[in-house]
Design a protein. Structure first.
Length: 478
């Protein structure tokens, strides 16, 4: 949602001359670039556990972060107040940390974006406000969600339904006189269910998260989430741990994109490459996977959890092709890395809150559809596994090695899905896995779950992938 400029000036009790004066204070010790990040966020949550409200609350986070850049030095300070004396103290603290006489660097501002935010191009317009609504108004939604789960499967013995929402007003200004503002909604519903059958228990969960207002809490969402959480429960009870070894792996469309995010996406973030710690640091312009494959990080998907009108440096959100026709063509840049590489920033400068300086981070990361059919990819596998739900991934950025825990999947035997499997790990190497892609289906799905990425800070992201066949990965089983 994009309001008028005056609304943001009123929220933070600032005006244009004050912002200019504050930037001058920040650069008084010799910095070459400075920016300001004002934030006013309302958070809310409500948890229903087996029909009883067990927690809930509202709180507000308010403040400003000041960053000063001077060569390779970064000074950062924040204040939880926008009173002038606090703003000045914050600016001077950041300036002192970064003080060093250096040549002026463009910091991704060779083509500054001076236009005002356009409400008609808003990627997350708000229909029903989260703010000002009592938490009790959202309770019937959670109660209906729990009732629908129990109606669909009487093996559900414990049901936890959680609603979390936030609304953030953001105002950004920098030393090149770029002024940007934005109001970002976010709503997330998580559902976790324990099923019991013949002395055995199984857990299943699902979630939905969007940059939308309270209008997302409708009957259609209840039907979708309840249906999804009970789907495949029979297979969970029947699943067994298979024998491990090297084998082909077919990754199902949608949530399998978390492997793409972790094993490849982080290694494409420009700070890791600028410092030489990424396995892809020397691979720009090189073929890293078969031709025809496109890998994208996208901030333009309307209503998506990773969508951004502007990143947290005021750079317009955009769609970035990291891999085109199998060739690595772009890293994910903030202003610092863009200046280092002599390119424009890609809108990936993100931060958890005003308390943190921005870093290159993903938004919605996915692989575009290919030309194969999912059923044909499965049919081509003599022995392997099909996986469609991951958790607990670990990645070594420098080596590219990854390990992921698989929550659900099936054995593939002679081209057919057979025994359900569980409790296995997928182990591999990011560059090797990319190079070993044997087929990509035309069924791209962006997973709508409440994905959160941790890299010193936590930010909301999303991921997706079409059905993909990788020739050989290590499957950790019996």
């Amino acid at each position: 949602m994009i309001l008028s400029k005056s609304c943001y000036f009123d929220i933070f009790q600032v005006d244009a001359p004050l912002l200019d004066k504050l930037v001058q204070e920040a650069m008084a010790s010799g910095g070459s670039y400075a920016d300001l990040y004002f934030e006013n966020t309302t958070y809310g949550s409500l948890l229903l556990r087996d029909g009883a409200v067990t927690s809930g609350g509202l709180h507000v986070d308010f403040g400003v972060g000041v960053r000063v850049l001077s060569g390779e030095k970064t000074g950062y300070a924040y204040a939880e107040s926008t009173a002038w004396e606090d703003l000045v103290a914050c600016a001077r603290a950041a300036a002192q940390i970064a003080s060093a006489p250096v040549d002026v660097s463009p910091y991704g501002t060779r083509n500054p974006s001076r236009g005002e935010p356009n409400p008609n191009a808003d990627r997350y317009p708000l229909e029903q406000a989260w703010r000002g609504v009592p938490l009790s108004a959202f309770l019937p939604f959670l109660q209906k969600l729990e009732a629908e789960v129990r109606r669909r499967d009487n093996r559900a013995v414990k049901v936890m339904a959680n609603l979390a929402f936030q609304m953030s007003d953001i105002l950004m200004y920098n030393s090149t006189r770029e002024l940007k503002w934005d109001s970002r909604p976010m709503g997330s519903v998580s559902l976790s269910v324990v099923f019991h059958q013949n002395g055995q228990t199984e857990n299943k969960s699902t979630s939905r998260s969007f940059r939308k207002g309270a209008e997302m809490l409708d009957d259609a969402l209840i039907e979708t989430m309840a249906s999804e959480v009970v789907k495949g429960v029979d297979e969970r009870f029947a699943a067994r741990r298979p024998k491990g070894g090297q084998m082909s792996v077919v990754m199902g469309a949608g949530a399998s994109g978390i492997l793409l995010h972790e094993a490849m996406g982080h290694a494409f973030e420009a700070d890791f490459n600028r410092k030489g710690t990424s396995i892809f640091a020397d691979k720009m312009g090189r073929q890293i996977c078969p031709r025809g494959i496109q890998i994208i990080d996208d901030g333009t998907l309307a209503g998506n959890r990773g969508a951004l009108n502007f990143d947290d440096e005021g750079v317009p959100g955009q769609k970035t092709y990291m891999v085109e026709d199998g060739v690595l063509t772009s890293y994910l840049h903030d202003r610092i890395s863009a200046a280092h590489y002599g390119v424009r920033p890609t809108g990936n400068g993100r931060r958890e809150s005003f308390r943190y300086a921005p870093l290159p981070r993903m938004r919605a990361t996915y692989m575009e559809s290919g030309s194969a059919k999912a059923e044909d990819l499965i049919a081509s596998v003599k022995k392997g596994i099909f996986v469609d739900e991951f958790s607990n991934g670990q990645v070594q950025i420098g080596e590219g090695d990854f390990t992921f825990y698989v929550k659900s999947g099936f054995l593939i035997e002679d081209g057919r899905l057979t025994q359900p499997v569980k409790d296995i790990n997928i182990i591999g190497n990011g560059p090797a896995a990319l190079a070993d892609i044997r087929g990509v289906a035309g069924d791209l799905a962006i997973d709508p779950g409440a994905w959160t990425c941790g890299k010193e800070q936590s930010v909301p992201v999303s991921c997706g992938i079409p059905t993909v066949l990788i020739g050989s990965l290590t499957v950790g089983g019996e």
